[in-house]
Design a protein around this ligand. Structure first.
Ligand SMILES: Cc1cc2nc3c(=O)[nH]c(=O)nc-3n(C[C@H](O)[C@H](O)[C@H](O)COP(=O)(O)O)c2cc1C
Length: 167
């Protein structure tokens, strides 16, 4: 089973990126960093359909499993990830054929934050969006990080996350 990791963070090589690096020590995956793409906010008129959203989505659709990797920013997914999620609406309107391809996919979440636990509301948009799009939502790994990402602190949680995954 092939895995794509979609990273949406405002900090290159920050905690979420390092969590991905730890994951990559144990599992193969290709990483797509939203910082490398120019994706604008949802437009009801679809005047932005030539931006990078479709290009990125077509690449992601080549994988069986998509991991959404995001820090917790103000109790939610990062803004770049939210913009990507809003744009998934394009797959229900102007790109329905692509949208249908999501139905065969599974997904999960890698997240970091400073609080010991994420707020209840954090995981809900991932679970509900996956359900709406017909994707199989698996699970979330949340790592509470202080200033620096300490790999040893998160290793056992990561291994348990990997073992629970259907891959
Ligand atoms: C704008 C902003 C908002 C944040 N809001 C939260 C929050 O609501 N809950 C939390 O636990 N941490 C919050 N944090 C801390 C980050 O989630 C934490 O430092 C995370 O590991 C940063 O990941 P990054 O290096 O990929 O950006 C916030 C950080 C920033 C910059």
């Amino acid at each position: 089973m092939s895995t794509a990791i979609l990273l949406g963070t405002s900090r290159q090589h920050g905690n979420t990126h390092q969590l991905i690096n730890l994951y990559l020590k144990y599992r193969d995956a290709d990483v797509f960093n939203l910082m490398d793409y120019s994706i604008s906010v949802y437009d009801y008129e679809h005047n932005n359909k030539e931006d990078d959203f479709l290009k990125l989505t077509k690449q992601l659709l080549k994988y069986d499993h998509i991991i959404f990797a995001t820090p917790v920013y103000w109790y939610s997914m990062s803004a770049s990830m939210k913009i990507f999620f809003d744009r998934l609406s394009d797959l229900l309107t102007i790109e329905k054929k692509l949208g249908k391809q999501l139905r065969d996919k599974s997904c999960s979440v890698l997240a970091t934050g400073v609080d010991s636990e994420p707020p209840d509301c954090f995981e809900q948009p991932f679970i509900l969006t996956a359900k709406y799009l017909g994707m199989n939502y698996e699970n979330m790994l949340y790592c509470a990080c202080n200033d620096n990402f300490n790999m040893n602190e998160h290793l056992s949680l990561l291994l348990s996350f990997i073992n629970k995954s259907t891959k």
